[in-house]
Design a protein around this ligand. Structure first.
Ligand SMILES: CC(C)(COP(=O)(O)OP(=O)(O)OC[C@H]1O[C@@H](n2cnc3c(N)ncnc32)[C@H](O)[C@@H]1OP(=O)(O)O)[C@@H](O)C(=O)NCCC(=O)NCCS
Length: 180
């Protein structure tokens, strides 16, 4: 799976991406809503999981390259959700995004995610995609809203890996159907 937009190339991972992604993951802005800090070792394990899923499903979380500079600037893509969410019929595919801080606020996440959704509906022929985030991650929620995703309030849940009462415990579920 590879997707090109006006400003982005979403492509499979290369070994040289690892230190760049590790640095992005350790930036304090980017990691504000991480459940656990992502060390370089955890970044490497995550990329291995993205590659395995891509190999298995034919789609996955991809490397987001800024076309103008050729620089790796984050992660964008879709994957079969591994987390069980009460009330959500599964298997289901989730879309997701993470960008290097200097690139925030220029519409890149929305641009890339729009192309991922198009791919999900027209190439993979999925009936719907979902997205989840911590309830207080308003930036990410705004991206979901700009994509036309609907907040399924009945599916909001407490993340099982977050300590009860923690600010990141409450999570929201957004959904977009191919016919919406
Ligand atoms: C979430 C993320 C990918 C957004 O990237 P981005 O390129 O800035 O996204 P966009 O520019 O397409 O859209 C961001 C929107 O959020 C809005 N926004 C920014 N800060 C906000 C805030 N504190 N509250 C509400 N909305 C906010 C922006 O104004 C913009 O909306 P607009 O176009 O209507 O003005 C980026 O912030 C990121 O990588 N965050 C860290 C990782 C992360 O949280 N990933 C999601 C985990 S589920």
């Amino acid at each position: 799976m590879q997707i090109e937009t006006e400003r982005l190339l979403l492509r499979p991972w290369k070994p040289e991406d690892l230190p760049v992604l590790a640095a992005i993951n350790q930036d304090a802005h980017v990691s504000e809503f991480f459940l656990t800090p992502l060390t370089p070792e955890l970044t490497e394990q995550a990329v291995l999981r993205y590659q395995t899923a891509h190999h298995h499903d034919g789609y996955g979380f991809l490397a987001a390259e800024h076309k103008a500079s050729g620089e790796l600037i984050g992660i964008l893509g879709m994957q079969t959700m591994s987390l069980h969410i009460p009330g959500l019929p599964q298997p289901v595919v989730e879309i997701g995004w993470r960008l290097a801080y200097p690139h925030w606020g220029t519409g890149l996440a929305t641009e890339g995610a729009r192309a991922v959704i198009h791919y999900a509906f027209t190439v993979v022929h999925l009936p719907k995609v979902v997205a989840i985030t911590s309830a207080i991650n308003f930036r990410s929620r705004r991206v979901m809203e700009k994509l036309g995703m609907i907040h399924r309030t009945n599916l909001d849940f407490d993340h099982p890996q977050v300590t009860p009462g923690h600010a990141l415990q409450k999570h929201v579920v957004y959904e977009l159907g191919s016919t919406q």
